[in-house]
Design a protein around this ligand. Structure first.
Ligand code: SAH
Length: 393
């Protein structure tokens, strides 16, 4: 199977902006805003959004190549989810029953490591003077996205940076419009605490997802680790993003010093309450250039338990395996996918910048060619019986 992160679906039914799509007999819903569609058309959807109409001949060709593979995958997934014995396996079986073997694979472009914030846990915090800072130009960002979508076949991309006001609303809108012109993709912005007005303009320019973690639901820990910042403001912004119509990706750090089991339960609860559609929980990994340098890494089990608990509480959610989890443990991605997770992100930042975006040290995948990383992600998904069909709304 070539590098492919989406299976085309057939439109069965259209009601206002919601289309019902068939993928080998499974029905999923997706939002359509940008395309002129009729029942019988073939489309690619990602993150519950229709992102591209596909010519029938092309779609049928791709579907034919998937047909047998897909039913084998589905069976393999089912077998792995049978007769669960522990909490991870129970979560995996809840995932299997509620979301099937679909798995989102998103790309991420980290376009600037400049940051005006000083979060104690983060390697690119303003006060870390040992970081070599970079900013990608609008042209570089657009061509990185062009490559990821049109050469590497990604159907969803996250544009992430430190909180960097160098990029004005106008610049970001311009970048988003240009990316949307050359790429059929679900575009997710992850640019930190910029104003609601700015996010509104980014939405109008064509971004449809926003990734903003609340980091911790404990206001005391939040204030301690994000000097000068208030949890309520962050929560309010995330709620506004939801109201603007964004697909909201949110979550928190697992294993911050001082975080209790009770905190993690509240963290999971808040992720759901904020209307997060894609949950993103990553283990905290101490960075030598930060005040939390001496802190301990959480155990893999803690991160996996968090995924499993979230899956059991929110059976039909989309839960990401983060690269922090892969960094914490070589087997982290596989274990996460078997503990309830069903989404992956692959770094598509140009090589020369990737190693500079050092939020935490030793990030998994850094220095390995993107084609190799994609190959191993696809092999991993295949070994677990997962297929890159859209998870739907
Ligand atoms: N500046 C943007 C996004 C970039 S940071 C924002 O504020 O939203 C992306 C995420 O990296 C953060 O939300 C945080 O949860 C995570 N992160 C920061 N430092 C980390 C560390 N030391 N270990 C693991 N994850 C970290």
């Amino acid at each position: 199977m070539d590098m492919c992160y989406a299976i085309p679906g057939k439109v069965l039914d259209i009601k206002d902006k919601i289309v019902t799509v068939d993928y080998f007999g499974e029905r999923k819903r997706a939002r359509n805003e940008f395309h002129d569609l009729a029942p019988g058309d073939y489309i690619y959807a990602q993150g519950g959004f229709v992102i591209e109409k596909v010519l029938p001949d092309k779609a049928l060709g791709v579907l034919e190549s998937w047909q047998e593979v897909f039913s084998n995958l589905r069976e393999a997934d089912l077998r792995l989810a049978e007769r669960p014995k522990n909490m991870y396996e129970i979560a995996n079986s809840v995932r299997q029953r509620n979301t099937g073997n679909a798995c989102c694979v998103h790309g991420i472009v980290e376009f600037s490591n400049h940051c005006v914030q000083d979060c104690l846990y983060c390697g690119i915090r303003k006060s870390n003077s040992s970081v070599k800072r970079y900013r990608m130009s609008a042209d570089e960002i657009v061509s990185a996205c062009d490559y990821a979508v049109n050469e590497l076949n990604f159907k969803a991309l996250v544009l992430q940076s430190g909180e960097d006001p160098y990029y004005t609303g106008e610049m970001l809108c311009d970048i988003i419009r240009k990316v949307r012109q050359v790429c059929a993709t679900l575009l997710v912005v992850s640019v930190g605490e910029r104003g609601v007005e700015l996010y509104k303009r980014l939405y109008e320019a064509g971004s449809r997802g926003a990734l903003l973690r609340f980091e911790t639901a404990n206001p005391g820990l939040y204030g301690k680790y994000r000097p000068g910042k208030i949890l309520e403001d962050r929560k309010r912004l995330i709620k506004s993003l939801k109201e603007l119509g964004y697909l909201v990706m949110t979550g928190f750090l697992v294993g911050l010093p001082g975080q209790t089991d009770e905190d993690i339960i509240n963290d999971i609860d808040l992720t759901g309450k904020l209307g997060g559609e894609i949950f993103s929980f990553g283990p905290f990994l101490p960075h030598p250039g930060t005040p939390l340098n001496g802190a301990a890494r959480p155990k893999l089990e803690r991160a996996l338990e968090t995924i499993a608990r979230a899956r059991i509480s929110y059976p039909d959610s989309k839960i990401l395996v983060t690269s922090a989890l892969e960094t914490l443990d070589k087997d982290g991605a596989r274990r996460g996918l078997l503990a309830g997770a069903n989404s992956l992100m692959i770094n598509v930042t140009p090589d020369r910048y990737q190693r500079l975006y050092e939020i935490y040290p030793g990030r998994a995948g850094t220095g390995i060619m993107v084609s190799k990383r994609i190959e191993s992600a696809v092999a991993l998904l295949k070994s677990l019986g997962r297929a890159p069909s859209d998870l739907g709304l």
